[in-house]
Write a protein of this length. Structure first.
Length: 392
């Protein structure tokens, strides 16, 4: 049975899934952007306080493909709703600012909620989308992280400052519960053939990892996403210190918006003219060239805008490559699980790596490392494309 719906109903369902994605991204943003509040709440935590933000990423690294097997086995809609309820419960509990250890445990649990959402929702979007709109809808999904951080920064932080972090977290919980109710009534179950045969024992999960990362179709979006995530959050962390103090805050808010705008342009125009993988390669090469402008003396703020335009192109094209390369629902779920896994690896390791390089080698070493990272992203997509061509 086809999962394609009429364009109007499909677009409505896709928008609901995108809003669900926003609440999942806010599971990161709600503590990343309120870190100073956490520091005041847990003065004895020291460097371990960073785990409150990063431990969700560690969950994704370990269980990324486990989540894809799990949702395929037990049902996309059912587990999406359970994940929303679980995430809401975690936010509600965290609003009471429990001791550090219980807080960290709640973040681990929340990491499972986040992981199920970012595997199930994009898989459902790609299957519900009218074929001609798949590139555009996956582009929309690709913006969920940037949009969530922007909303949290512009609306959530003023709300938190006015009413407290407890009310801020309770609103997030209410949003997840509300979307769970809406999803129950408007999101259909995604059918997958032979779902009952999906196994979850350790031996089969190890085999799944081998099968996924040896497939040039399923693994390509994940490898591309790794090289993207190694720099995206890292640059947002590092660049403000390199900007002039008077413009730092302005450009920090502008860069994610520039990236989102480039993503939407890519989805509306480039992906209707060219294959998603070709656009992703173009984006990586463009980003590598952009970072190289720093050695010419161009203002770093302008270089940053150029880089984030290219990152927006990569973001859109890389997500669009998932349904472009994979048609089977199981492959789509595995591809999204691998993207979650590699994305969490990049987000978790990127900032400490780039900061270390900047401290020990200076700006030139940082430029070289980022350039090599983007060229590796282009090369990974190129080599996997050649392998796919040789298999046909």
């Amino acid at each position: 049975m086809s999962n394609r719906k009429s364009p109007a109903s499909a677009i409505f369902q896709i928008l609901i899934l995108w809003f669900i994605g926003l609440t999942a991204a806010m599971q990161f943003a709600k503590f990343s952007l309120t870190f100073s509040v956490l520091r005041d709440a847990y003065p004895e935590a020291g460097t371990s306080l960073g785990l409150i933000v990063s431990i969700i990423g560690l969950v994704g690294i370990i269980f990324g493909l486990w989540a894809s097997a799990f949702v395929s086995r037990f049902g996309f809609k059912r587990l999406l709703i359970y994940a929303l309820i679980l995430g809401a419960a975690c936010s509600l509990y965290q609003s009471y600012l429990p001791d550090l250890t219980p807080m960290l445990i709640s973040r681990v649990v929340e990491g499972l909620s986040h992981l199920v959402i970012v595997v199930a929702a994009p898989t459902m979007i790609s299957r519900f989308s009218p074929e001609k709109l798949t590139g555009a809808t996956m582009t929309l999904w690709s913006t969920f992280f940037g949009v969530a951080f922007t909303i949290t920064s512009w609306i959530g932080l003023p709300f938190q400052e006015a009413y407290g972090i407890d009310a801020f977290l309770q609103v997030h919980a209410a949003a997840m519960i509300g979307l769970a109710v809406i999803a129950f009534f408007v999101i259909p179950e995604l059918e997958i053939k032979q779902a009952a045969t999906q196994k979850l024992n350790l031996k089969d999960l190890i085999k799944t990892h081998f099968d996924v990362y040896s497939s040039p179709y399923v693994s390509a979006p994940a490898f591309g996403w790794l090289f993207y995530t190694l720099t995206y959050v890292s640059l947002l962390t590092i660049l403000p210190d390199l900007f002039t103090p008077e413009t730092s805050a302005f450009y920090l808010g502008l860069l994610p918006i520039v990236s989102i705008g480039a993503s939407m342009f890519c989805g509306v125009f480039l992906l209707t003219k060219f294959h998603a993988v070709s656009v992703a390669i173009f984006g990586f090469i463009g980003a590598a060239i952009s970072i190289g402008f720093l050695i010419t003396g161009i203002e770093i703020e302008l270089v940053a805008i150029s880089i984030f335009i290219m990152l927006g192109v990569i973001q859109s094209a890389n997500f669009a490559s998932i349904p472009a390369l994979n048609k089977d629902v199981k492959d789509l779920a595995n591809a999204n699980g691998a993207v979650a896994q590699m994305g969490n690896l990049g987000n978790t390791t990127g900032t400490p790596i780039l900061l270390s390089v900047l401290v020990f080698t200076g700006l030139n070493g940082l430029i070289l490392l980022i350039t090599l990272t983007y060229m590796c992203g282009a090369l990974a997509h190129f080599l996997l494309a050649k392998k796919r061509a040789s298999m046909q």
